[in-house]
Each structure stands twice: as structure tokens, then as C-alpha cells.
Design a protein around this ligand. Sequence first.
Ligand code: FBP
Length: 700
Amino acid sequence: MPRASATTLENLLSQPQVQKAISHINPGLIARRAFQPPRCAVFDQPCTVLEEAEGFRFELDKEARRQLPRIIANRVQVVKGAATLSPNLREAYHRARHIGIVFSGGPAPGGHNVIAGLFDAARRANPDTRLFGFLMGPEGIVEGEYVEITAELVDEYRNLGGFTMIRTGRSKIDTREKMELSRQTCRELGLDALVIVGGDDSNTNAAFLAEDMLEDGIQVIGVPKTIDGDVQVRDADGRVLCAISFGFHSAARAFSQDISNLCIDCSSDRKYWHICKVMGRSASHLALEVALQTHANLTLVGEDLAEYVDPRRIAAAAETGRTDFTAYGITLRHLSRVICDAIVRRAAVGKNCGVLVIPEGVLEFINEIQVFIIKLSTILAGYNDTHDIDFHSAFPRLEDKLEYLRRLAKDMLKESAPGIWNARDDELFNDLPDFFQEGLLTERDSHGNFQFSLVETDKVLMGLVSDYLNILREKGVYKMGIERSYYLKTLEKARLVPDRYAPALFKDPQTDYLIVKESIISLKTLKQALVRAHLLKDEEEVPPAVEKIFKKSVPKFQTQTHFYGYDGRGSHPTRFDCMYTYNLGLTVFSLIANGATGQMAGIRNLEKDFGEWEPMGIPIAPLMHLEERKGKLSLVLEKSLVDTRAVAFQVVKSCREAWLAAFAGEDRYRQPAPILFDGKSEEERPLTLELNALEERPGD
Ligand code: FBP
């Protein structure tokens, strides 16, 4: 192979092929930047107006009325195209504006297109309009850190993933002081409008800012972002206003592609169970979509587990005239049994391998853990409220934190009054592994949410699974099924008669996959079984072929764990997300140009053909309700969880057996195509969206 000397290296580096190889620009990137997402028909008109939509109903929270009096009466507004406007409206629509935009929370594919859509619409209405991007999330507003977003900057990021253009952060404008500083920044920049691209908490923040900034004449508009897919809006009668937040489809497809590759690997060498933790702080929407996209062998859905009812416990309690409340909701131990059952059943047909999908937030749906999370959040918040120093600074080491909890339990005993942390809690908590205790005590995020991504959920669960599998192995229940043809071949090769040995060795000698009897769990018990069946004398050795069959029947449980989160969050947007976000950006401008505030940009009918997409403004304040955060009740936008009565979940549930594939024959894996933004091979929308739009609720 020719080698480059120092003198020729410079020449070499200047060669076009080398330049091409080391450039960060590739054909895919060029094509993405050049892609022009289609616009909803209303945006082809010279201008747009807002029309109040009839027929949507909200049940207003008393506290929302009190805290957000000026935007609580907002209504759903539909964006309509207009060929001309009255002189007043025209002037307002086309005036030069200063608009600020900020990303808040975790990145989600498509954010850059919200900026691109807003920029294009704003410049089309008036080329003198200026757009400012606040840097590193809401902190950028508080600190007055921003960049002016120019046409060149927008073109660099069109259709690209991430929030790299202006970056993001999890800070929150949650104190009077921060609110004042933010208003100051906006006034100094002469902002007419502020756009907050974020999840439930950030849109909550947008509502409060809208209320506060009304007197400065600054409009505030939210945009539904989060890969978790839990910003979904329905009115009080269940009519869908926002079916999904942007970023969900792209992240789910990115995870699915990787997980589907694991399915292929696993069915190739049949050696590992791949344990895939999939992001989604609370709701299991991402895991559900991954299940549909990949047909992985077992997918847990938190919302489903929460509904678990143990009929045996209920019956046992009923016999003694009691009600067993622990029979409602699944325990960690029971969940580990459900997983073990799947593993054992697959092993019985020779598949000691598989793919298990665990939603990141699954622990939130396990009663006993949820109780700990609530109690600990309240204790931490109580401590922070009554001390000058925060809990984690006061007790930096796990041991110190545990000691504090122990003292709480003791104090409670002394006072003999019911308290939040009692001796039983302390005892149960101390039984948990260290890393899990540490995880549960971890600091809450700026919005008061428990940080599930910092807890090794999969490790907790799989620890229990592997312990129980050991027990099942010792009991002789966890066995590898031996393919009948393999058994016959092995014994015949050793000149032994398979039919003579089979009844002594196997539970049922007639099946395609032969299961060694439960009583045979070691070479010693194997020999005993052969002696009992008069196939061997005491002093004789077990024939090597029979020993080989036995050894093959003893499963090793080997796992590989994977976390699918940050990688998918950083992926490029799918065509669906490219189109969705670009049109959200256009919608934001329509809302601003028509004077709206306290609204979230949304697009209805995402589950239908693009021609039916309907851009609109969704009022945020009427959607808010009280929720416990950091031990206090706060007014927030409700997170949307997986509806287990909806079609998508019911479909997954009915396919569980098929996808577990605990039968002889191939697994039913599905391979999703890579993420694209054009071309026919990119699917049109998330599968969950498509299925749920069928609207039949089998549970109803
Ligand atoms: P957003 O709701 O802010 O979009 O973020 C969602 C998410 O990606 C969750 O899926 C995950 O639990 C969390 O962010 C991780 O947070 P962090 O980026 O702080 O590690």
C-alpha cells in the first residue's frame, strides 16, 4: 500500500477525494438542507386570519382561573388563508416585528424547522422583521443571551436534527426575580412576541409568561415539543386537538431501527437477551411505538402494569372477608416474574435469547416505588423549605441521607403520630440495592420531576429477574428445549437408541422440543434417573452423548443492556417531523400576526393525509390543572399517558403472544426502514397515531 511521506502529505490532503472524505458536508446533509417541506394550503394564501372554532369545550380549573385570569378565556383558533385583509388587519399583519424564540428541555428532532417556518413566514409578511434566538434555554432570556437568526443561519439548519442552532436548557423562569429579568430582556430587545418550544412544563411556563407579559404588550406562544409524545391535547369531550408532540416520530424510529438490528443479531446467534431501556420520562408512548415498529419479543407498558390486578390475592382475601389493596397494581417482584415467565417459555423452544423493551418511566407505574418517590419528594421539599441549605448539599453521601431518613422514622416512633416516613418504609427502603436507593433520592429536576433517566431501572428489574431465574433453574423449571432432530442425531451417532433414553430424560418424549425432566438438574440427578430406568448400572458412567444433551438443556442467562434515549433525541427528523415542525413554525407566525397570546401552536388531523392538516391555536390555560410537584400542588399542563383502551395498545396486547414467539419457528420481527425525509420508503406518520385514529376502543 503506498504510504504518504511528510512532503507529499500536503499534496495528498489537497486532493479532491481526500477533501471529500474529511469534509463534514456530505450528500445527505446537502439534500436535507435543500428539502422544502410542503406547506398546508392555508399558508399558500397571501395572509392568514384566525377564526374561533366552535364546539370545543374545556373544564376550567378554579386555580387556573385565579392565576391566569387574562388568558383563561382563550378559545381554540383555526388558521384560515386570506387573499386580502382589511386595512387595519393588513397593517397589523405586515408590520415589522421583533420575535424571540427559545428551546426548552430536552432536544427533539424538528426544532430547527420550527425556526425555519417561523422565519420564512415572518420575512414573507415583512422582510424587516427580526428573529432572535435565546441561547441555552430559558436561562438565555433571564441572562439576556441571544443571537439574531439570519437567513444564512436558518439555511444551515433546515431539516436537521438537534437544537444546535441556539441550543437548549432545562432552566425555568420560576421566580419573581427571573420573571422580572426576562421581561427586562424582552423589553430591551423590543420584542413583540416570545415563542417557547417545549414540553408540558415549558408550555405551562409559556402560559404564565403570557399572563405576565400582557401588560408589556408581548405575546407568548408555545410549541408542543418532546420525544416522549406526552404532550397530546383533547378537549373535555375527548376531541383531539394535538395528537402528538413533535420529535416523537423521529426518536421512536431511531430507537426502533437500532432495536430491530438487535432483533436480527439476537435471532442470528441466539446467545443474548437484549434489555433495551427506552426513553420516556413517565409515559410509555415511545416503548409502545417501538413495539409496533419492531415486534420485539416483550415490551412493557407502564400504564398497563399500573392496571394489573392479582385475582388470586383478591380471592384469598375475599375468603377471609378482607380486601387486599396490594392486589391492585403490580409489584416489582411480580413484574420480574412476568419477565421470567417469558424467558422460560422461549428457552423451552430453544430460544434462550430475545429482545425486551423497558420504558424508562416504568417504575412510576409500580405502586410501591411510586409511593417511595412521592414520600421522598415531599421529604426533600420539606427539608429545602425549612433549611437554608438544600437537602443534597446538607447530605452529600448516600449514608448521610439514609441516616436522616432513619432519624425521621425514629422521631415518628417517639411522637407516636402518623408521619410520612415510618419504620416500615425505612426497612423496605434499606432492602433496596444501594444504587437504587441513590437513584430514588436523586435531585428532582428544575420542574420538580423525578429524573427517571438517572435511575438504572433496567438494572433493578434485571437483578430480580436473574435471581429468580436461578431459583427456577435449581427447581428444574428453566430449561433449554432440545430440538428433537438434534437429540436423535446425537444419540444415533453414539449408537444409542433414542427411544430407550427419551422416557427417562424428557417430560414428553413426543414433542418437537424436548424438555429435560424437572428432577434432572445436575449430572448426579441425571445418572440417578438413568439408573432408575435401568439404562445404567451404578458403577457405570453416563454416556457422553446423553451428558451432551443434558448440558445443552441447562441455559445460561446472558444479557446485554442498552439505553435508547439521547441518541434518538439527536437524530435527524423524519419526513413527518420535518413537515409537522415547519408548519408549526408557520402557524406560530399566524398566531403572532393575528394578535394571539397564551396559545400553543398545533396542527389537527395529523393522522390524516397532509391535505387535511389544520393549523390552529390551542389555549393553554384551560388545559391546566393542579399536580403535586416538589411536594407542593402546582398548576401545570397535564401529561398525556398511554390510553390502554385505545387501539394502538389493544393491538400490541393482542400481538403479545405472536411477538413473544415462544413457539418453534421464526420470530416475527419487523424491520423499519432507516429515517429519511423524502422518498416513498419513509412511513407517513407514527403507527400509534394511525391506529389510535381508528377510534374504536375495545374496552368501551
Ligand atoms: P423533554 O420532555 O424536555 O422533551 O425531555 C424528555 C427526555 O428526553 C426524557 O425522555 C428523559 O427522561 C429526559 O428528557 C432526560 O433528561 P436530561 O436531558 O435532563 O437527561
